[in-house]
Design a protein around this ligand. Structure first.
Ligand SMILES: Nc1ncnc2c1ncn2[C@@H]1O[C@H](COP(=O)(O)OP(=O)(O)OP(=O)(O)O)[C@@H](O)[C@H]1O
Length: 451
């Protein structure tokens, strides 16, 4: 008996320790079993307490009265499936007549504490069927991406959502994106994850990094073109516009051929073109966009206007030509000059890391979801990398990218360097294999240039 007691104490202590230090392991060992039992045992009473039951129908009440049986109880939604996952439980429910998905959505917070879970979200899968996703612990605290990820062209797993599912950046569904956040909020780590995710795809990466190239130039071996100052950025963007026009010509030529063939598909974008002539898609990553918009002289102002015009043209017409924009900055409002609001309207994939004020949060979500604005303002300063991701449908999620170091991203880019396509229009901006400096020279010891 004593040994049995000792074993119980050891198991309970181990579970407590795991729960505190390694919640993911705790979930996989003890948590999933306890939570499944808790949900199954308490299901009826919790649903009743959360107002998610319906009265029995009139004929059942009448039948009970006639047959002198006890009055039937209120009925909760029927459980179609209860599936344990790596991070929580997924409960699929068939709603009763008179219930709708909003009833469940409104009760998620009550369900969360009644079932003793960390988080609960719900979504309607089809009419009358709702999926309730419950997480057993804070999955965003230490992000671990699942080993098995979906693979599809131009769809990159970039972060984890708070409900434990993977957040994909899907360029074909949402072509252009805007990532905002205060300094040190996690924008570069997010962008690094994007590059690392895209590296293994058949895609040309183009980078504009006016922070002297410190973020994107180390990843140069996987980039088809890079610019590290506004002058080169302008030339590069105008070259991209020319490339886009060439792709449009190709689509038109292909259309003329198909029109003459009865029943042939007519191409509307690069993805409809036969694979052998399909141009490679291009993702243009712009780090710290405000650097492109700053000007001190009339000449620089003209350059700024041309940069914004090129970006607007790429955003408006780029999708069909397979050119996707990924713009990153601390702020993105009208103070950056004319044309910015028009550009923002085209950047429908929005990601906001911690922001300093409500105005910045509004720049990300003001035009698509007021709830997301509130959620972005509430991101705590100490959880760097946590962000709100939403799109023009108004749906949004709290996400966090894995903490990929620059070294890890460089290794991934180097591994896939042979996939870097050569785009003739962008050849002048192809980064040369970086020449190693002969020695490290501290700034203070840099010799002044002699006349
Ligand atoms: N997803 C993440 N998980 C854990 N830590 C993170 C994450 N993202 C960022 N951090 C931490 O926050 C620090 C700042 O991140 P990052 O450089 O991406 O911020 P930033 O918004 O690009 O800042 P800046 O605008 O000043 O360049 C990183 O050094 C890292 O320690």
């Amino acid at each position: 008996m004593t040994w049995f007691m000792v074993a119980v104490v050891v198991v309970v202590a181990a579970a407590g320790l795991l729960r505190w230090r390694r919640p993911a392991w705790y979930w996989l060992t003890f948590g999933v079993i306890l939570a499944t039992l808790r949900v199954l045992v308490r299901y009826g009473s919790v649903m009743d307490a959360c107002g998610l039951t319906v009265m029995p129908s009139r004929w059942r009440l009448a039948l009970a009265r006639v047959t002198n049986r006890p009055v039937p109880e209120s009925r909760p939604p029927r459980i179609l499936r209860l599936r344990p996952t790596r991070t929580g439980l997924v409960l699929r429910l068939k709603l009763r007549p008179g219930q709708d998905a909003f009833d469940v959505a409104a009760a998620t917070d009550r369900l969360r504490h009644s079932f003793g879970m960390y988080g609960v979200t719900s979504r309607e899968v089809r009419s009358g069927v709702v999926e309730v996703r419950m997480t057993g612990y804070d999955v965003l605290k230490r992000v671990q991406m699942p080993a098995k990820l979906d693979r599809a062209p131009m769809r990159v797993p970039v972060a984890l959502r708070e409900d434990g599912s993977v957040h994909y950046r899907d360029y074909r569904a949402v072509p252009h994106g805007l990532t905002l956040g205060a300094t040190e909020s996690g924008k570069s780590v997010y962008q690094r994850n994007l590059v690392a995710g895209l590296a293994s795809h058949d895609v040309a990466l183009v980078g504009i990094d006016c922070k002297q190239g410190v973020e994107l130039f180390p990843l140069a071996r996987r980039f088809s073109a890079l610019a590290d100052n506004p002058d080169t950025a302008l030339e590069l963007l105008e070259a991209l516009v020319s490339h886009m026009e060439e792709v449009y010509q190709l689509i038109r030529t292909e259309q003329r051929i198909s029109v003459a063939v009865p029943d042939a598909e007519i191409a509307a974008d690069i993805w409809d073109l036969p694979e052998d002539i399909r141009p490679v898609p291009v993702v243009v990553l712009v780090d710290e966009v405000a650097e492109l918009a700053l000007f001190a002289t009339k000449e620089e102002e003209k350059r700024r206007d041309r940069i914004i015009t090129a970006l607007v043209r790429l955003a408006q017409l780029g999708r069909a030509a397979g050119i996707y924009l990924e713009i990153c900055g601390q702020r993105f409002g009208s103070e950056l000059g004319k044309g910015i609001t028009m550009l923002r309207a085209q950047l429908t994939g929005r990601t906001a890391h911690r922001v300093n004020d409500e105005t910045s949060a509004n720049m990300a979500f003001g035009d698509i979801s007021p709830d997301a604005v509130l959620a972005a303002i509430q991101i705590p300063a100490e959880t760097r990398g946590v962000a709100i991701a939403g799109d023009s449908t108004g749906g949004w999620h709290r996400i966090r990218a894995p903490h990929t170091s620059l070294r890890q991203a460089v290794n991934i880019c180097n591994k896939h360097a042979d996939r870097t396509p050569d785009l003739p229009a962008l050849a002048p901006y192809r980064p040369a294999a970086a020449a190693l400096p002969s020695a490290r020279v501290p700034l203070s010891k840099t010799a002044p240039a002699t006349a």
